[in-house]
Design a protein around this ligand. Sequence first.
Ligand code: FES
Length: 175
Amino acid sequence: MNEYNKRREFLKSTGKVAGFGIFAAAFSSVINSCEQDELPPKPPSGLSFQVDLNTHPELLAIGGFKVLTIDKLNGGDPVIIKHNPDDTFMVIDGLCRHQNCNLEMPSDPNGNMVCMCHHAVFSLVDGKVLDNKGFSTAADLTHYKTEYNSSNKILTITSWLFLIHIFMEYRNENL
Ligand code: FES
């Protein structure tokens, strides 16, 4: 190896070491600054939908229930709202997810709902599937978190699934 090549090799190897050193220092300072100065990010709070039960008087009485479509809640699909015996509210998916079919509602709040397509059976007490007719996707109905303000009769429903539906819509439109 002549002098020129030797010098070139020396500069290349020292450059690699220096480059790695700079990277390591920068990386370590980022890690340290995260550890020392930053609090962990707060989890997002989900999205809320408000329903004024003054406009749905059948839901004000204990045992009352109704199928409603509320904006983008449940991906724009219907939900079932029920006033529970303990004065809380249950909000559940209003479709059988085997093939997204509507449910036939009972007259009794303790009765069962029957899928209109292949007759899977669901409980109106807790949204659980009682007979899936052999279809694994005819499963327990998704529950949404609720909060009720009895003074102004506003039911607040919180949904995380809203974000998943937005993502699915975006993906379907862009693929
Ligand atoms: S769509 Fe409900 S059981 Fe098939």
